[in-house]
Design a protein around this ligand. Structure first.
Ligand SMILES: [Zn+2]
Length: 319
């Protein structure tokens, strides 16, 4: 079995995964980034030991998915907005030293994309784009069976492609990025800004609360959800136009309420994708949710060290 670690801005999940992608044991703790990377590493090691004991099989290796920019070849964490003080931490090297087995580090969305390609909705597909929509929008691309990497191994940030330059300012410095228009917080912000003086029951709610209010037929919440579907559809239409993948796998908290805006997504794609066979692109919920990134981290290890297992071609080998 493979150890899996998913480091996010709010929580760290750890689990044990079989070579066929089955999650055997799982635990998690708050990230508490202010306690620093050494403390985080100690908690990760303890959770790996605990879940390995629960699963009771031999540990071959450990895959780590981490939010934000990472250096997959060096195994170090980059300048991650949600992990202040962790930049440069040699997380893969340290974990490998503790357990004396090889460790692979990937961006969490890249890990999730690999997991869906190998074990989820992308099984047998040539190309897959994974998109997660929650507090942000992220994603990864598996093209021709390979994880796509940019220059110097850079992770492409599909959540920050600009959809409306007159849109809201984004933390990345641009205006009207997909994330600034269609993430959960973007929907909340829109309701507050659009109905500042109203007594809308949807004001003051988080994204999940807005979906619940929309389900009850509350008009302002319904307007927010319609807008959400439109902007999600526009971003997905752009991805379809750019990559025409076999499959787009959709994950993240916002997508759990997709029944409320699925038709809007589809109609937006239909009207925006005039030159590509969009109707052949399979748009589907990710199969490994809610643990796509965790299970994907194990897949990232297999992809790195045992690529023959997945039928994927390995683009980077670090040891
Ligand atoms: Zn942005």
């Amino acid at each position: 079995m493979i150890g899996a670690v998913d480091i996010g801005g709010t929580k760290i999940a750890v689990g044990m995964v079989t070579e066929s992608g089955r999650l055997l044991a799982r635990t998690e703790c708050p990230t508490a980034p202010e306690r620093g990377p050494s403390d985080g590493l100690a908690r990760i090691a303890a959770m790996l030991r605990q879940t390995a004991a629960q699963a009771g099989q031999e540990l071959m290796g450990i895959g780590i998915g981490c939010t934000g920019p990472v250096d997959p070849q060096a195994g170090t964490i980059g300048n991650v907005e949600f992990l202040p003080g962790w930049e440069g931490a040699d997380i893969a090297g340290e974990v490998s030293h503790v357990f004396s087995i090889p460790v692979a580090l990937e961006n969490d969305a890249d890990a999730a994309a690999l997991g869906e390609a190998a074990w989820g909705v992308g099984r047998g597909a040539h190309s897959l784009v994974y998109v997660t929509v929650g507090t942000g929008i992220g994603g990864g691309l598996v093209l021709g069976g390979q994880l796509y990497r940019g220059v110097s191994g850079a992770h492409p940030e599909i959540g920050h492609h600009v959809i409306d330059p007159s849109g809201p300012a984004c933390s990345c410095g641009a205006h009207g990025c997909w994330e600034s228009l269609a993430s959960g917080p973007a929907m909340v912000r829109w309701i507050s800004d659009t109905f500042p003086n109203s007594a809308s029951p949807a004001r003051g709610l988080d994204a999940e609360g807005i979906f619940v209010a929309a389900g009850r037929g509350e008009p302002h919440a319904l307007a927010a959800v319609a807008r959400e579907g439109f902007y999600l559809g526009l971003g997905l239409a752009n991805l379809i136009t750019l990559f025409t993948p076999d499959v787009i796998a959709l994950g993240g908290g916002v997508m759990r309420s997709r029944h409320l805006f699925w038709d809007t997504i589809q109609s937006t794609i239909r009207s925006a994708c005039g030159f590509v066979p969009f109707e052949q692109v399979r748009l589907t919920p990710a199969a490994l949710e809610p643990d796509t990134a965790l299970v994907g981290a194990a897949c990232a290890w297999l992809h790195r060290y045992r690529c023959d297992t997945l039928g994927l071609t390995e683009p980077v080998r670090t040891s």
